[in-house]
Design a binder for this molecule. Structure first.
Ligand SMILES: Cc1cc2nc3c(=O)[nH]c(=O)nc-3n(C[C@H](O)[C@H](O)[C@H](O)COP(=O)(O)OP(=O)(O)OC[C@H]3O[C@@H](n4cnc5c(N)ncnc54)[C@H](O)[C@@H]3O)c2cc1C
Length: 435
């Protein structure tokens, strides 16, 4: 884990940027962007690949102040206008003070809003879309230095949200929120594979957000994290559409053969559970339970690499079987692998165009060995329609990536229109977007 802005968080990548700029005002940002040949926004540096890279100037928004409060909630609609450089954990705390909550969060609260939205970062839940799917508006400074606002309903909006930083510097996001709600988290262990394979719907539908952890070569799925919205919270999750109360998620998993965890767990074997969000069914604010890691602790292990593949839900069983076959090959390189579900959305570069099974891999930091095994993994998963996470490590060729998205040409045309000289293109974006 690195605190140096010249590298990414994991320290596996040194950026090519020649300079770092921290504009403080809209005027400074407009002058900087308009006057630069090569420039790119940098979030909290949590991507593992070079999606955020540039050979020019990196723009950080950590001291940026647009003269408006960092968080404003429209009482009538519940839509929150948030500074784009805020971290998800900060946004969650500020929203709770205003009686609101984000609907979904990733495994960690340490990532920036704009950076996470730009790569279609997601959490879990059959009914939860990726974080970008709750965005209803964006303020963005484009190549000419002009500030534009795009809202749902505008023709370019679905192309701009998961924008990979290729369209400009996003300064504010407007997000749909829910009335504040509480979540309780239970962890069970040793779920039989058979139960996951034959009863996947029961497992992933047991709670508001479900994550299963495995090394793939084990006899049983080692952990399942169940995050349930608490009855009385304003959501209807505690009951189904008929108003009938849902069975406690833990009971569902115990019936399927899992056991209660012996105590607080960390998703990665051997890591300190003190870094994990509160378990044992103790209710707490949504933003303190939906992530796996606490804001005040380091997430995950730090010295690691990550990959993730998003598989259409109809091919979930084939993808899980394929991974089980690769188990002996991937297990020695893994700290942990996580199975989640994500609902579909209409954003052009979102890998979630329908219900999706997300297969995540936290690898030991051996770049060559990981890339070698990714060839096998992609050979097994891409034929089932899997798409790599935009912010993690993959070996698919840029042209293959573009072909996975029916609206990719429309996105390329939008990037060309807003940024004709390609000043926001760096890293692999220089290969997938025409100059
Ligand atoms: C420990 C760990 C756990 C993770 N868990 C998850 C998870 O649960 N789910 C998941 O899906 N992913 C997860 N990730 C991946 C992570 O969420 C993504 O890589 C995300 O994009 C990181 O956001 P960031 O703010 O660090 O952005 P960066 O990595 O800094 O940048 C990512 C992209 O966003 C763009 N960007 C940043 N700020 C702006 C802006 N203001 N305007 C325009 N573009 C901008 C950059 O140009 C770049 O293209 C995890 C990563 C780590 C390290």
């Amino acid at each position: 884990m690195s605190n140096d802005v010249r590298t990414n968080w994991a320290g596996n990548l040194t950026y090519s940027a020649g300079a770092v700029a921290r504009p403080g005002t809209p005027e400074e940002l407009a002058d900087l962007v308009g006057g630069s040949d090569r420039i790119k926004a940098l979030g909290s540096r949590h991507s593992f690949c070079d999606v955020a890279d540039t050979t020019g100037t990196h723009v950080l928004l950590d001291v940026y102040d647009d003269g408006r409060p960092a968080v404003v909630v429209d009482a009538a609609t519940g839509v929150a206008s948030l500074r784009a450089g805020l971290l998800y954990g900060q946004a969650g705390t500020a929203l709770l003070e205003r009686g609101r909550a984000l609907r979904t969060m990733a495994s960690l609260p340490h990532i920036s809003l704009a950076g996470a939205i730009a790569t279609a970062t997601h959490g879990s839940g059959d009914a939860n879309g990726c974080l970008a799917s709750d965005v209803v508006g964006l303020e963005i400074v484009t190549a000419d230095g002009e500030a534009r606002t795009l809202r749902r309903g505008d023709a370019d909006f679905p192309g701009a949200v998961v924008g990979l930083g290729a369209l400009g510097v996003v300064t504010r996001v407007e997000m749909a929120t829910d009335p504040a709600f509480e979540v309780s988290q239970d962890v069970v262990v040793d779920l039989p594979w058979e139960a996951l394979l034959t009863d996947l719907e029961a497992v992933t539908g047991a709670a508001y957000s479900v994550s299963a952890f495995t090394l793939w070569d084990e006899d049983a799925v080692s952990q399942v994290w169940l995050k349930s919205r608490v009855a009385g919270s304003s959501d209807g999750q505690a009951g189904d559409a008929t108003g009938e109360r849902r069975r406690p998620a833990r009971d569902v998993l115990l019936d399927l053969g899992a056991r209660d965890a012996p105590g607080p767990m960390h998703p990665l074997a051997g890591e300190d559970p003190a870094a994990s969000t509160v378990q044992g069914g103790v209710p707490g604010p949504a933003h303190e339970r939906l992530p796996h890691f606490r804001a005040e602790h380091k997430p995950s292990t730090g010295a690691e690499l990550q990959s993730e593949y998003l598989v259409p839900r109809e091919h979930a069983a084939e993808a899980i079987e394929a991974m089980r076959e690769l188990g002996p090959k991937v297990a020695p390189l893994l700290f942990a692998s996580e199975i989640r579900t994500v609902a579909g959305d209409d954003l052009w570069l979102s890998p979630f165009d329908g219900a999706t099974l997300a297969l995540h891999f936290t690898w030991k930091p051996d770049d060559d060995a990981v890339r070698a095994v990714l060839h096998d993994l992609e050979a097994a998963l891409l034929p089932w329609g899997a798409r790599p996470h935009w912010g993690k490590i993959f070996v698919a060729k840029p042209a293959e990536l573009a072909a996975m998205y029916p609206r990719f040409d429309d996105f390329a045309a939008l990037a060309q229109r807003l940024d004709p000289r390609g000043k926001f293109r760096g890293g692999y974006l220089t290969e997938i977007l025409p100059a």
